[in-house]
Design a protein around this ligand. Structure first.
Ligand code: NDP
Ligand code: GDR
Length: 326
């Protein structure tokens, strides 16, 4: 069989880097789309340089998407690019909608015009469930988003369903619950905690300022979740799937495990700061991924404790190297 080409938007992000590794290991030609920046932001894909092809394009610019698709002619398109940080979506609601919502229509339109045979994956989110109407949340649970980000993801989700039903595109939406890794952005809660723990352990900081410690999330490992993305595009028929671990934990539990990993008591270091409390909170998320287990044969492999410890260890190692280099 001839080599397949996959186009990944958001290749410089956490998921883009893990998905690139997975697709390369399966023999794909991987093309990453990135937006132009005055300085390079290749930290997560540095080790893949020379192995992936990079093309400039922006979800805000329709013609750039058309050009990239014409040039690359991918069999699979993974739309991972988005403004993905929930608090920023209150500060920049219009821009978040442009990237995270209308950007999906732009890429779907480009595929419909240029490359309607390509299979399309949309990165939907458990934030669409927001103020949850059912516990646990499955593909059947109605949405109740609680942030401009969540609203934008609902739009992208329904556009994906709509293009599948209107134009018969092979377009699927993965409703992924929170997934983390040592490559997670530093502002997201898991990485903020593991980076903070490492700094305190190494004497680089004394305290960690946090928001709502009672919020609960269903956290998994990003390396496991990109496998589900790929599996969704290998099916005979396009469909939407919830991807989750089926376990929920509070931010307080996360903090407790992370500090314990380096032998510290979190109560001596964590300070609650109202600056990190959100205008509207998503209190509880827990996913029911039985459909993914049954149809895709997908199962998460890394436990919550294993994930937090992996991230703490990676941050301690990274910051130790940096301090010893000074
Ligand atoms: P990241 O924030 O790590 O990565 C986002 C990527 O989008 C970056 O590569 C960023 O590029 C790119 N991007 C942002 N705006 C544009 C634009 N206008 N044009 C082109 N590229 C752009 O996110 P994750 O990897 O964590 O998540 C991937 C996707 O999955 C996102 O859509 C996110 O909303 C969604 N998601 C994530 C979950 C998670 O728990 N991680 C859960 C559910 C959904 P740059 O480097 O230039 O900023
Ligand atoms: P989330 O992730 O909003 O769920 O979106 P985040 O890690 O930012 O927050 C999770 C929960 O932790 C609480 N929290 C804090 N959060 C941050 N960032 N910083 C803090 O100091 C802090 N203290 C407590 C939050 O209030 C929240 O309840 C992520 C993103 O990756 C989205 O793009 C993705 O769609 C969803 O996960 C699924």
């Amino acid at each position: 069989m001839s080599q397949k080409t996959a186009l990944i938007t958001g290749i410089t992000g956490q998921d883009g880097s893990y998905l690139s590794e997975l697709l390369l290991s399966k023999g794909y030609h991987v093309v990453g789309m990135l937006r132009r920046s005055s300085s390079e932001n290749f930290e997560r894909i540095e080790h893949l340089r020379g192995k992936v092809q990079l093309e400039y394009g922006d979800l805000l610019d329709q013609s750039s998407l058309v050009s990239v698709l014409q040039k690359v002619q991918p069999q699979e398109v993974y739309n991972l690019a988005a403004q993905s940080f929930v608090p920023t979506s209150w500060q920049q609601p219009v821009l978040t909608s442009e990237f995270t919502a209308v950007g999906v229509t732009r890429i779907l339109e480009a595929i419909r015009q240029v490359n309607p045979g390509a299979r399309f994956y949309q990165a939907s989110s458990s934030e669409m469930f927001g103020k949850v109407l059912e516990v646990p949340q499955s593909e059947q649970t109605p949405f109740y988003p609680r942030s401009p980000y969540g609203v934008a993801k609902c739009y992208g989700h329904y556009m994906t369903v709509n293009y599948r039903e209107s134009y018969n595109l092979f377009a699927v939406s993965g409703i992924l619950f929170n997934h983390e890794s040592p490559r997670r952005g530093l502002e997201f809660v898991t990485r903020k905690v593991t980076d903070g723990v490492a700094r305190i352990k190494l004497g680089l900081a004394k305290e960690l300022r946090m928001g709502n410690l009672q919020a609960k999330r269903d956290w998994g490992f990003a390396g496991d979740y990109v496998k589900a993305m790929w599996l969704m595009l290998q099916q005979d028929t396009p469909d939407d799937f919830v991807i989750a671990t089926g376990e929920t934990h509070s931010v307080e539990e996360l903090v407790d495990i992370a500090f314990a990993r380096v032998g510290l008591d979190w109560r001596k270091h964590v300070v609650t700061d109202p600056a990190f409390i959100r205008p509207a909170e998503v209190d509880l998320l827990i996913g029911d991924c039985s459909k993914a287990k049954n149809v895709l044969g997908w199962v998460p492999e890394v436990s919550f404790q294993g994930l937090v410890e992996m991230m703490v260890d990676a941050d301690v190692e990274r910051l130790s190297k940096r301090s010893s280099a000074l």
